[in-house]
Design a protein around this ligand. Sequence first.
Ligand code: DGY
Length: 323
Amino acid sequence: MSKSQSVWVSRPLFPEVLASLAQYVDVRTEAKETKRTPEQLHKKLAEVDGAIVGLSDRIDAGVLAGNRRLRAIANLGVGYNNLDLPALTAAGVLATNTPDVLTQTTADYAWALLLAAARRVSSAERWLRAGRWRGGMRFDDWLGVDVHGKTLGIFGMGRIGQAVARRAIGFDMHVIYHNRSRLPEAVEHECRAIWVDKAELLQRSDHLVLVLPYNAQNHHAIGADELAHMKPTAVLVNIARGGIVDDAALAAALREGRLAAAGLDVFEGEPSVHSALRELENAVLSPHIASASADTRRAMAQLAADNMLAALGYGPSAGHPPS
Ligand code: DGY
């Protein structure tokens, strides 16, 4: 039966999620994920009532210009810096994101990067795979920095930051954090975390995890100045967004031994990665996969689909049966 509303899904998604959407709306899918130009996005959005998009789809006033049909955008992610919210509001388009479902998985991954960078896991594996392990175990080689018992700094103490902090309890760490506003005392107590100003966070952290949202104020929140205030033995982890760190300044600090190591899941201008970072053995690099467990990506996709249906007035909560 033909459906009255259409939804464009900008990238391949789980078949069962698409099927749940297709009960209510006409679903237009894409066989592969690709970076589209504003003109291409404009054309896609002109033909539908809703769109499920991701970080690489920048939805702004130009893309929305003249569109009288679009009613909702469901973003596949908790971060939504790819959406120009004032432009969406002006166009009367509802925007949704996928908080909560990815919190624990993303916090797990912050720890994967932190441990891998501190203990040189990627670099050691590359060396071993290259067949360079010949002379037994050298006692004074492959020395990393300890994690347990150290001071963990968290910059951005929302849901994910708090989940990162809770995991530090098992590592007997001292947790300090910086956030625009202090958390309620009960939450600080539960996370065993102490608020400090940004300068103290940079100076005291043995390991610093970035979990703040990207916006104009946070552009290069970690740049050359900030890096100069960190310990040369420190490890920096970015699971937040590219652009929060000045990647060129970070590469220089890592190369010159002013910072011990970094674990990076996000980059300025990704998918391209600064060539200086790619050359460094003390940088662990991954392609924006912090939320990429099978369960979590499925939950994110389903939440985006449910958000879309609710925004278009379908689904169980709207009491509207499939057509
Ligand atoms: C998020 O949810 O914000 C992740 O970074 C994926 O974009």
